[in-house]
Ligand binder design. Structure first.
Ligand SMILES: Cc1cc2nc3c(=O)[nH]c(=O)nc-3n(C[C@H](O)[C@H](O)[C@H](O)COP(=O)(O)OP(=O)(O)OC[C@H]3O[C@@H](n4cnc5c(N)ncnc54)[C@H](O)[C@@H]3O)c2cc1C
Length: 427
């Protein structure tokens, strides 16, 4: 695969590398964190600040996972609205979960401000754009529920959404002003910098291949021969989960999300396309999401094929979506194409597991992990520091592999093809 298909347009902060890749010299650590994406690094930062000794191990380089590849949309909330969460989890846990979900974007923007992270960002909101009456009704229902909780949100009518997006084909939508956009690679690298400055050790190219319990301690061994002992291990491997913890990879369906970035837009187009710098996701079954980058490109993403892409035409469906929304972009070059993996769970919620004392795992970002994993990492660190399970917003659940997991991918591909066809009929 050409290197250009694995590299996003996002930038590392100028000072990178801002941390030294290093391994602890021995002794017993408070925690080994497997996976150096947003989840692992947020856990490491907050745990180190709480005085814990932490080692992060990543199989690749920091930023190579979904955290450095994503769309950089910082969206609060979960896939479900407040009333569903309370109905499903009960009043007390449900309300706590709604408060947690409402706070996830704040976690990111507070970190950027308080830790002085060198991360390009705009916090002007996220638009959920509706292209059918059904989607408009869903937006109105969502708006009612969040407004009742004091969230800074607003329903958009057709002229308003047309003015804010400059895109064709929307009947209206919903604006969530708590949201914003960041450069996700800068954010991930900067999290690594401050976690390291707080005392966490971070080692790249250290794939963990074996975990075992010895007396009351965990031992993590890497492919390169390193052996670390810790009171706890946190698996923060999400969509890149391998066979390290038996059954875990079978609890998620990993999907590919593809993205394209145009050349920097000429001034007159830039002024009419997302002039306020909001992020957008549309309401189609196979949705596309888009935003402008700090250097003035339009970046658009959506579902992609599960086989590894090998040529530019594998992104053609996204280019068609781009021109459908913005016909004026038909002469503008697509300068970058890339993809990454997202982890879906059957119930569309993140799953937290602790199959044995001190062995923790978090999976299932549902493609919305920038805010979620930042906030979840903070809560995980609180749990590691206090042992109080009440710090975790989601209940700990047993590892339950999806039945017929091996065939799931075929089912997903067929469902995507079917949904694409239904979306095409609704144009
Ligand atoms: C193309 C794309 C677009 C997206 N857009 C958005 C968006 O706009 N907004 C949003 O909120 N979310 C978005 N997401 C989702 C978001 O990126 C993820 O939810 C989030 O980054 C997950 O962070 P993480 O730390 O849990 O996992 P990751 O960042 O994927 O990190 C997991 C790490 O685990 C490491 N690992 C795996 N196995 C091992 C092992 N055995 N030993 C050591 N290391 C190991 C991997 O190398 C990897 O670095 C998008 C995702 C993709 C792919």
């Amino acid at each position: 695969m050409p290197a250009t298909f694995s590299e996003p347009i996002w930038r590392k902060p100028k000072a990178a590398p801002a941390f030294r890749s290093e391994l602890s010299a021995g002794g017993t650590l408070d925690a080994v964190i497997v996976g150096g994406g947003i989840m692992g690094l947020s856990t490491a930062l907050h745990a180190a600040r709480a005085g814990l000794s932490i080692q992060v191990l990543d199989a690749g380089a920091i930023g190579q996972g979904a955290s450095g590849l994503n769309g950089g949309q910082v969206i609060p909330g979960l896939k479900y609205d407040p009333e569903w969460l309370i109905g499903h989890f009960g009043q007390a846990r449900g309300e706590a979960l709604v408060a947690f979900a409402a706070s996830t974007a704040d976690t990111v923007f507070d970190l950027i401000r308080d830790e002085k992270l060198a991360v390009p960002f705009t916090r002007n909101g996220w638009i959920q754009a509706a292209h059918t009456e059904t989607a408009l009704k869903a937006a109105a229902n969502r708006d009612r529920q969040w407004r009742a909780r004091g969230a800074d949100v607003k329903l958009l009518d057709q002229p308003e959404i047309a003015a804010m997006t400059g895109a064709r084909g929307y009947l209206g939508g919903w604006l969530d002003r708590r949201a914003g956009v960041i450069d996700p690679l800068s954010y991930t690298m900067e999290l690594a910098r401050v976690a390291s400055a707080a005392g966490a050790k971070i080692a790249e190219r250290q794939k963990v291949v074996k975990l075992r319990k010895e007396a009351s301690l965990w031992r993590a061994s890497t492919q390169g021969g390193a052996d670390l002992r810790a009171k706890s291990v946190v698996l923060a491997t999400n969509a890149y989960t391998d066979g390290l913890l038996p059954g875990l990879a079978q609890t998620i369906v990993p999907l590919h999300s593809f993205q394209i970035a145009t050349a920097p837009l000429p001034a007159e187009l830039a002024a009419s396309i997302l002039p306020g710098g909001q992020a957008v996701s549309d309401s189609r079954r196979i949705l596309v999401y888009y935003r402008k980058s700090a250097d003035g490109r339009l970046v658009l993403g959506g579902r992609g094929r599960m086989a590894l892409p090998s040529r530019a035409s594998d992104w053609a469906h996204l280019e068609r979506a781009l021109i459908r929304l913005y016909p004026a972009l038909s002469g503008i070059a697509i300068e970058k194409r890339w993809f990454g993996r997202v982890a879906m769970t059957p119930d569309h919620l993140p799953h937290l597991h602790e199959p044995e004392k001190g062995l923790l795992a978090v999976v299932g970002c549902q493609g919305r992990g920038v805010g979620l994993m930042s906030a979840l990492g903070k809560r995980m660190a609180n749990y590691l520091a206090s042992g109080d399970v009440g710090q975790l917003p989601f209940p700990l659940s047993p590892i339950q592999p999806i039945p017929f997991h091996a065939f799931r991918q075929i089912g997903v591909a067929a469902t995507i093809a079917w949904y694409r066809m239904l979306d095409a009929f609704e144009r």
